[in-house]
Design a binder for this molecule. Structure first.
Ligand code: GUN
Length: 294
């Protein structure tokens, strides 16, 4: 079975649009501010997609192009967004230029506007299962996709390949929670893990998030497992108009025959990440306006 993230994300967009259409006519709309600090084509394209999705559902958006010479310039700009009452969500597109201090930047974002869920306060709230936490969008997108396909992970062994702060670590914290759609037994593996293949073959749900094209081969996967591919690797493709194509961390063609369900790349977790960004922006709007969450 193909886990169609594009289709589920579209359904979530429609739900958000519906909620926003029911807001009082005089109420201001939620607003997401995105900050780009590099000229990476991939980053620009991700931000474009986020803005397009906002527009589709009726969330206002702003995009700022900054090329900070030092961390302080970016911190001052974030302060302006923190103080702007019209801005509900702040997204600093990563990666940052190498001379900028990532943690200083993430810590500067008002935790109530931290729709990426990267601020240490939100990371802690996820661990403590505080309902006001902003879960990072990719982990939340994985959880929601599995839920919408009625794949119950209660008591199942989830093996996560990759320990990044954006995906691996927060996904482990989320899926092990004592909460609906969670309750998994989670193992996080990484580049220093030994007996990797033996480990992944014990996974009921295998999440590939290590950023290595087609690294997960068929013999890494247990018959009947669920495979979630978080990889977004741009590889050269001369036949393509853009000169590149996007492939995942899973060898899709060979793995798809062995597993019970699999996410494609593109069209799997990518669109779910964007749908969760919209959901988090809506959540921020509701929390900041002290409204009851829908
Ligand atoms: N770069 C890659 N993924 C993400 C994400 O989820 N949020 C931000 N801000 N930058 C990213």
């Amino acid at each position: 079975m193909l886990l169609d993230g594009h289709k589920i994300a579209q359904a979530i967009h429609a739900e958000i649009k519906d909620v926003l259409q029911k807001l009082a006519t005089h109420a201001r709309k939620p607003c997401l501010a995105c900050v780009l600090t590099t000229k990476h084509p991939a980053s620009a394209s991700y931000v474009q997609r986020k803005i397009k999705a906002c527009h589709e559902v009726g969330i206002e958006s702003q995009v700022f192009h900054l090329q900070p010479h030092c961390t302080k310039e970016l911190l001052d700009f974030i302060d302006k967004l923190n103080l702007d009452p019209m801005v509900d969500g702040i997204l600093i597109q990563l990666p940052l230029p190498p001379h900028i201090h990532l943690l200083e930047v993430l810590e500067k974002i008002d935790p109530l506007k931290d729709v990426d869920g990267f601020h240490p306060l939100n990371a802690g709230k996820v661990l403590l299962q505080d309902p006001t936490a902003f879960n990072p969008c990719t982990p939340l997108g994985i959880k929601v996709l599995l839920e919408r396909y009625e794949i119950d992970i209660t008591g199942k062994h989830v093996v996560i390949l990759g320990r990044s702060n954006i995906v691996g670590k927060p996904l482990a914290a989320l899926l092990m929670q004592d909460a609906p759609g969670c309750n998994a037994t989670v193992t996080v593996a990484h580049s220093k893990s030994t007996y990797l293949k033996e480990l992944t073959r014990t996974a009921d749900i295998l999440v590939a998030a290590m950023g290595r094209p087609k690294a997960v081969e068929a013999d890494w996967v247990k018959e009947g497992a669920v495979v979630v591919d978080v990889g977004i690797n741009r590889v050269e493709a001369l036949a393509s108009k853009s000169g590149y194509k996007v492939i995942g961390d899973v060898d899709f063609e060979n793995v798809k025959n062995k597993c019970m369900a699999i996410t494609p790349v593109p069209g799997g977790i990518g669109p779910m990440t964007i749908a969760m960004l919209l959901k988090n922006t809506l959540k921020s709007y509701y929390l900041r306006n002290k409204l009851q969450l829908p």
